[in-house]
Design a protein around this ligand. Structure first.
Ligand SMILES: [Zn+2]
Length: 339
C-alpha cells in the first residue's frame, strides 16, 4: 500500500481502485485565487495525477488572509498565482504533475485548456467565465463544479452535462454588471472559502472515482456567519436551456465575448458589460469607497485604487487606466465592478 495515500485508501468508498483512478486522472482548475488554490492543494494532496491550473493574476498581499497556499515571498515577487501554486504543490506532492498556465481564460483558449481533462473546477470570481466554462463543458460533455464565495456566503453545484441541470438551466441570465457584491467591495472570510472548496473537491473525487450516486445533486448554499445552510433542487436539464437544451454556446462565440479593447497610446483598456444594464452610481460608490477613492457625477464614476483608475459609465462600460493588458483590466473589472 502506498504510505502517502494509506488513510485515503482505508476509506472504503475510495479504496485501492479509487486511488488508482485518482492517480490516472486529470483536473483543470480555472482561476487560482482563494477557491482555486484551496482546490489545487486538496486535489494535489489527494493524488490527482495531473493538475492543470489556469489563472491570469499575480499574488498580492491582500490575498494572504484567505488564499492559504500563498506566502509573503510569493506576494513580494508578484509571482503569477498559477506558478506560485505549482511551486508549492511540488513541495507538497512531487509524485503528481502540475501544469501552471498563466492566461486569461476566454473563448479562444478554453476548449484547448479542457482538452484531455476528466473534470473542471470553478475557481473564478466572475459570471462571464462561469458561463464560458458551462458552455465549453456542456459542449464537450465534461463534468464541472461551480463554486463561489463572497462575505460569509458560498454556493456550489455540480454539473454533469445532459444528466443534471447546467448553470444556465438554473441562472438563465448573467447577473448585470455592478449589481452584485464582490470580494473586493464587501470582503470575504476564509472559512467560507474552505467550505465551498471542500465540497467542490469532494464532488471531484466522487466523479473521478466513478461514485456518481453519491454526488449531492443540489444547489448548495451556505452562510457560515449567519448559520444558514440550504439545499435547493436544481431540477432536470431544461429542454429550452440555450446551452444544454439547444446546444447554442453563446460564450464561445468571438463576437459576444470580445468585449475588451486596448485604447492605444492611452495606457488604458475599455471593457464592455456582458449585457445591457444601468449602473446606480450611488450604490456602486458606497460599495467601492472602502477600497479606494471614489467620485461621481451625473455621467460617470471615477474610482482610484493603487496605480489604477477605473472610469465607469451608466451602461457599465468602463475604462481602466494604468494598464494595457486586457487580462489585468478584466481582472480589475471583475473585482470592483463585478461580472
Ligand atoms: Zn442547461
Amino acid at each position: 500500500m502506498n504510505e502517502r495515500y494509506s488513510r485515503q485508501i482505508l476509506f472504503q468508498e475510495i479504496g485501492t481502485a479509487g486511488q488508482d483512478r485518482l492517480l490516472e486522472s486529470r483536473a483543470l482548475i480555472i482561476g487560482c485565487g482563494a477557491l482555486g488554490s484551496a482546490q489545487a492543494e486538496a486535489l494535489g494532496r489527494a493524488g490527482v495525477g495531473h493538475l492543470r491550473i489556469a489563472d491570469r493574476d499575480f499574488v498580492e498581499e491582500s490575498n494572504l488572509q484567505r488564499q492559504t497556499m500563498f506566502t509573503e515571498s510569493d506576494a513580494d515577487e508578484r509571482l503569477p498565482k498559477a506558478v506560485a501554486a505549482a511551486n508549492h504543490l511540488k513541495q507538497i506532492n512531487s509524485e503528481i504533475e502540475v501544469e501552471p498556465i498563466v492566461v486569461d481564460v476566454n473563448h479562444s483558449n478554453i476548449e484547448r485548456l479542457l482538452d484531455d481533462c476528466d473534470v473542471v473546477l470553478d475557481g473564478t470570481d466572475n459570471f462571464a467565465t462561469r458561463y464560458l466554462t458551462n458552455d465549453a463543458c456542456v459542449k464537450h460533455r465534461l463534468p464541472w463544479i461551480y463554486g463561489a464565495a463572497v462575505g460569509s456566503y458560498g454556493v456550489t453545484m455540480t454539473i454533469r452535462p445532459h444528466q443534471t441541470a447546467c448553470l444556465r438551466c438554473v441562472f438563465d441570465e448573467t447577473p448585470v454588471a455592478a449589481s452584485a457584491p464582490t470580494c473586493d467591495t464587501v470582503g470575504v472570510i476564509m472559512p467560507i472559502i474552505n467550505i465551498v472548496a471542500a465540497v467542490q473537491v469532494t464532488e471531484a473525487i466522487k466523479l473521478l472515482t466513478l461514485r456518481f450516486t453519491e454526488l449531492h445533486n443540489a444547489l448548495l448554499q451556505f452562510d457560515v456567519w449567519r448559520n444558514e445552510w440550504r439545499q435547493i433542487n436544481p431540477g432536470k436539464p431544461r429542454s429550452d436551456c440555450p446551452t444544454c437544451g439547444l446546444s447554442y454556446f453563446e460564450s464561445l462565440q468571438p463576437e459576444t465575448s470580445e468585449a475588451a479593447a486596448v485604447l492605444c497610446g492611452r495606457d488604458a483598456v475599455q471593457i464592455l458589460p456582458a449585457r445591457p444594464t444601468t449602473v446606480d452610481f450611488q450604490i456602486l460608490a458606497s460599495r467601492l469607497q472602502r477600497s479606494g477613492e471614489v467620485k461621481y457625477n451625473d455621467y460617470l464614476l471615477r474610482f482610484r485604487t493603487g496605480e489604477y483608475e477605473l472610469t465607469v459609465f451608466h451602461d457599465a462600460r468602463s475604462i481602466i487606466r494604468g494598464t494595457e493588458e486586457i487580462s489585468t483590466a478584466r481582472s480589475l473589472y471583475a473585482k470592483y465592478i463585478g461580472t
